[in-house]
Design a protein around this ligand. Sequence first.
Ligand code: TXA
Ligand code: MG
Length: 356
Amino acid sequence: GNLLPTITDRKTQENLNLAAHELTTTNNAIGFPTETVYGLAGSALDDESVKSIYRAKNRPSDNPLIVHISSRDQLSRKLNCQEIPSIYHKLIDEFWPGPLTILLPVDEKTNISNLVTANQNTFAVRMPSHPVARALIAISDTPIAAPSANASTRPSPTMAEHVYHDLQGRIPLVLDGGNCKVGVESTVIDGLCNPPMLLRPGGVSLEQIKQVGGKEWENIIRAKKTAGKNEVVRTPGMKYRHYSPTAKVVLFVNCQDGNTAISKYITKHQLQGKKIALLRSKYFEINENELGIRVVRDLGTKASDVSFNLFKLLREVDELNVDVILVEGIEEDNEGLAVMNRLSKAAVETIDGENM
Ligand code: TXA
Ligand code: MG
């Protein structure tokens, strides 16, 4: 069952009511926490609410939004979507509520704003597990369209203050639900095509999908990063510049000897004297003031820790007005796949230690 968590704290309850009131009586978009990243919420059923989401974060309107529900019955009762294709059953039994987004077909009967789907014949939906997110959706009894609550192109927000930083003056409120536990966005999958497709790696890993999904999912393929001539981009969101701090991000892969790789890079690009930050993980043992590096932060060594810390640390070192952020890449398995997907989009350059 998808039982709702009970929120007993009175202040939280009051704030939830305030936010639900804003959602149901105005067209304003509001910030709210999910277990992945903070979202920017508006009713998925109402064009004006969806317009204010795109406006607040300055998002291109051809990039569709994810619909968030708090119970499966909202799919039929609110969106008039009567059944979920069987290919998804095992996956949503296991991962809902949680960071898994599925595509469902849109037909004439589907009750959803065309602006949510950017006029595609599918819509994306997930059931978040964060208690505040689910309570907000349940209290307002409204399916919520929500992209990540960052200004377009910036790293996604994993704390309420990140949302405030990017969107202050543009939205009336942010519900503060603490740090997002997952730290990267949900996994987006398409089970309507054959073979099924991974459109965006995220909080549920490819390994978990293959393990739990059943036979059809053993052949899941990854969407291409860029579409060829005459091909449609399958995840419109992925074609845009993304996850970028102001400083230039340089990603290092296959470099177990971090010192050598970085010192070569600094010399080659004449970065001596520039303000350099390093985000390191397992192998880079470089310290502050070595090689002229001014700021060092630890992403953690476990992939789930790197996922939790990544966007927060990119934002944190960016606030220190560094010129360059050097980042130690991690292995692309389990949670590492989503982390490396976000990093390769944030980076202007990737340095491969195996052919420097
Ligand atoms: O974890 C998350 O998914 C967060 C939280 C707030 O729930 N939301 C999020 O939304 O990351 P956004 O808008 O930043 O990313 C949604 C992604 C985009 O890449 C978009 O192109 C894709 O989902 N998408 C949405 N609807 C789609 C559709 N019908 N077909 C293909 N891709 C779709
Ligand atoms: Mg986003």
